[in-house]
Design a protein around this ligand. Structure first.
Ligand SMILES: *[C@@H]1O[C@H](CO)[C@@H](O)[C@H](O)[C@H]1NC(C)=O
Ligand SMILES: *[C@@H]1O[C@H](CO)[C@@H](O)[C@H](O)[C@H]1NC(C)=O
Ligand SMILES: [Ca+2]
Ligand SMILES: [Ca+2]
Length: 211
């Protein structure tokens, strides 16, 4: 059971995501606070830790606050892969750690015509978001460089297998060669688009078309 759950988790790091291609309504971005020092700006594929308050534009009701609701912890999400609202993917790019933004998110980049829970159909949303931390995401160049043990800018089956082994150990599981080989085959089936036996930076980092 345990092994099953981590195995279903790991390949998801490699699962391709669909990219939006058509021109779309924009998110309005207002910078509320910009830190004096900015060592790194958020970019596609980064993991962001944020605190946020979300309001309905219609009457100003707060529908969620990470500072006040639940465990009151900030939340992690990966930028640009639709893990969060598309309005966040668009509105939280090039942001410094410590920066605060107000985003005005149209319904089509939020919860759409259907709405969700406390959010009525067709709602424009206002978010007050503070970026607390930035980490390398699973799809980042940095992660790729880490996996590319011989620095030839492509990932071999052996390198991916090494990575899986390390990830398993990090999560407290003993490595299992047979199992890793099955996972590697699965990953290559999805990621090695030109089937040359290597996963290139392009194949790894960028969005795959699912048209
Ligand atoms: C604001 O709008 C929401 C959704 O229509 C509604 O549930 C809520 O009661 C309203 N709040 C106020 C203060 O009018
Ligand atoms: C290793 O994985 C294979 C395939 O998933 C499984 O059949 C086998 O029982 C595992 N071995 C150990 C020692 O866990
Ligand atoms: Ca390599
Ligand atoms: Ca390839």
């Amino acid at each position: 059971m345990l092994l099953f759950s981590i195995c279903s988790l790991l390949p998801s790091l490699f699962v391709s995501v669909a990219g939006g291609k058509l021109p779309e309504p924009e998110v309005k971005i207002e910078v509320l606070h910009k830190p004096f020092m900015c060592y790194r700006k958020s970019k596609y594929g980064d993991m962001l830790l944020v605190h946020y308050d979300g309001f309905l534009e219609s009457n100003g009701t707060m529908f969620h606050s990470s500072r006040k609701d639940g465990d009151k912890n900030p939340v992690w999400f990966t930028l640009g892969i639709r893990e969060a609202l598309r309005g966040w993917d668009k509105g939280l790019q090039d942001m410094c750690k410590g920066e605060r933004r107000k985003l005005t998110v149209p319904p089509s980049l939020g919860y759409g015509k259907e709405g969700k829970g406390k959010i009525p159909p067709g709602s424009t949303l206002i978010f007050d978001i503070e970026l607390m931390d930035i980490q390398n995401g699973p799809r980042s160049h940095e992660s790729f460089r880490e996996m590319d043990l011989n620095d030839d800018w492509k990932l071999s089956r052996e390198e991916v297998k090494e990575y899986l082994k390390k990830e398993f150990q990090k999560h407290g599981y003993s490595p299992n060669d047979t199992h890793h080989e099955v996972m590697v085959e699965d990953i290559f089936k999805n990621e090695d688009e030109d089937e040359d036996g290597f996963i290139t930076v392009r194949e790894f980092v960028y969005q795959h078309d699912e048209l």
